[in-house]
Design a protein. Structure first.
Length: 254
């Protein structure tokens, strides 16, 4: 890559980052205000009788149960999505079961490992595609055909399908992550830690059930760091990695 091309690419990324840093917080802030306004109106403007003390108690219970997830999820998703796609994902929602799988599949199919600028742009594009597909199928399959289709299916079949939908989604996501990262040590550490948390820690300490995901993520990150390869990269591998990081976004990676 020529020096002028590299400089132009860096300038474009800098402009992209400036725009993202301005409009990302603005859009998230507006979404937060709209969500809070609707909830507060439902609580205090419709006459349902919710008191401020009851609201504070409910908020405290939610924070005590899920507050750690609000810290762990951004840390867990950022290496895959990147900053700009993170703004998109947290504004849209359904990250773990829709947007994250879409980003991982897109990155894997395009041969890009998470953590690069190109992977960030791929994740953002995949999120847009996932939202468009979701809205289209929601209108057609749920709004038009959903009631009719559910009415035609026997209840035992629906109950069985609901039991397997989420495991099927996460199974596909895990496989895509393993194939994209190509890190045997990290994969082994993650499987061992997750199995230990689910089959050993949680049964012995049921109070940790709501913190199982957070514990698994934190322990996996720490254990993977200690288990990482201590062998330095050869000059050829280092040059190849640097060339990959500086490849323009318009060039396909072979």
């Amino acid at each position: 890559m020529s020096t002028s091309t590299a400089t132009e690419t860096s300038a474009r990324f800098a402009a992209f980052d400036r725009t993202t840093s301005i409009w990302g917080p603005i859009t998230l802030g507006l979404g937060l205000l709209i969500s809070l306004a609707a909830a507060l109106y439902a609580a205090f403007g419709t006459g349902v009788g919710v008191t401020p003390l009851e609201l504070a108690t409910a908020v405290g219970a939610v924070l005590a149960t899920f507050g750690i997830i609000a810290v762990i999820e951004p840390v867990s998703y950022f290496p895959i999505l990147g900053r700009s796609a993170m703004y998109q994902a947290f504004l849209i929602g359904n990250i773990a079961n829709k947007l994250l799988p879409a980003a991982i599949v897109a990155q894997a199919n395009l041969g890009e490992k998470p953590g690069t600028r190109r992977a960030e742009l791929i994740a953002g594009s995949a999120i847009i595609g996932a939202v468009m597909v979701h809205i289209t199928t929601l209108i057609l399959l749920v709004g038009v055909l959903g009631t009719w289709l559910v009415g035609m299916l026997p209840p035992p079949l629906i109950a069985t399908a609901r039991s397997y939908i989420l495991p099927a989604i996460f199974g596909a996501v895990v496989l895509q992550s393993v194939m994209a990262m190509k890190s045997r040590r990290t994969t082994i550490v993650a499987v061992v830690v997750a199995a230990a948390i689910v089959f050993v820690v949680v049964p012995l300490a049921p109070a940790l059930t709501y913190f199982a995901t957070a514990l698994a993520v934190i322990i996996t990150i720490a254990a993977s760091w200690f288990a990482r390869s201590k062998t330095p990269l050869s000059p050829a591998d280092a040059d190849a990695g640097e060339a990959r990081r500086t490849t323009p976004i318009s060039e396909p990676i072979h």
